[in-house]
Each structure stands twice: as structure tokens, then as C-alpha cells.
Design a protein around this ligand. Sequence first.
Ligand code: BGC
Length: 248
Amino acid sequence: MEILGIDIGGTGIKGAVVDTQTGALITERKRVLTPNPSKPVAVAEAVTELVRQFGKPCPVGIGFPSVVRSGVVMTAANIHPKWIGTNARELFCQATGCQVQVLNDADAAGMAEMTFGAGQGRKGVVLIVTIGTGLGTALFTNGHLLPNTELGHIEIDGVDGEQRASDAARKREKLSWEKWTRRFNRYLTRLEQLVWPDLIILGGGTSKEHARFLPLLTVKTEVIPAQFLNEAGIVGAALAAQQMVEQS
Ligand code: BGC
């Protein structure tokens, strides 16, 4: 099935049409800027513009940087607080005229990695951590997703993990890779002690720099980089929309 996958981030909204049989992007990736302030109506207009650029294909899957329960946004760590309580699925559906599925962005990335990427065929507990503006997590057991885990917000020494160990923190505080890796390692060790995964997959924009920090990590669990890097969110969002179509 050909489905438009969209990934909404703090600065950009990216999309491409995905072949959900193979996970391949079958169009080029297009991007529009995330409006600032990123309030619901403005973001819906930007998404509609992006959908229009693809000639309005239906259905559409959208990865969103928040807890999303049955289409409703529950949190807003890196997006405008006006989103809290908004039914994003209904809003995007009305704005675009398409059948829409909305899910957490890290869950979308995790679905792509488990289906076609680094986690393909891996049983047991697999934890995907996306490193970007925020720290996103997706938790799978024997290939089944436990949605909206939000383990990026685990507190380390009383501070939200994401505030200290995300890529935004590295840039904001101008940390060297060594210093940031020490923080990230501490965060990952805490996560390991709580979840005891069989495999950790590191995704998000920063995962393309994995050669700089992966060898320095001391967690006991096997840690590997994601295969899709920045495209995982787009591919996974399309997979989620396919599931919605199949179930309707
Ligand atoms: C949000 C998560 C999101 C992650 C990555 C965090 O701040 O709480 O819902 O998955 O950022 O965007």
C-alpha cells in the first residue's frame, strides 16, 4: 500500500510517500517549517500544505512529538501547550480531507525499525531511544508495542533526563561529544536498570553520529544504531496508518 508518512518535529514537518510492503520511500522527502508558535491550527495548515504538495494522497500517518491516546494529544514537552487535549486525528482529518492516523513520533520510529530496520526479527524486550530535540522512547516485547512510554522524562538526580541528555541539551550547553556521551550513558544506564531490555536501538537525528559515542557507552545491553536514521518516523507513521485502514 502507498501511504503518506509525516513526521512533525520542533523545527520541521517532513513527509514522503511510503511503500508499506517494503518500507521504502517512493517519493522524495518534502519538508515545510513547523510554525512558530506551533499552535494546533497553524500546524494543521502546514500539514495540509505538505499533503497538497504530494497531490493529496490518502490515507496519511502522522508521528507527533507527544503522548497521543486515541488521537488526542496528552502532553506537550516540545510543542505548544495549546495542543494538550486537542484531538489531533480529527483536526488533521478535517484540515486535509484525508483519513488520518496520529501516534507518538518515537513509537512510529520504533515501528519502522522493528518492521524493516535494526530490530527486524528481534524477540524479547527491545527499547528504541530517539535522540533529537527531545528523548523519545518506544518499547516492544516480542514485536508488540507498548505505546507512549515517555522514558525520555525519567529523572536523573532530580532532573528530567531529556533536559540533560538530548541533542538539544548538547547544543544548548555546547557540550563536547565526550561530555554529552557521559550524560547519555548515565541516562541509558538508569533506563537499563528499570526496563532490562534485550536490545537497545538508538535512533533520531543524532544516531547518524553514532561512531562518536556508541563505542563509549558502558551499558550491559547490546546497543545498535537505527537503520532508518531520520526517516524512521515517516516510515512508521505510514505503517500505523496502514494498520488503521486494515482494521477499519
Ligand atoms: C516527548 C515525547 C517525544 C520525544 C521525541 C519528548 O519530549 O515527550 O513524546 O516522543 O520528545 O520527540
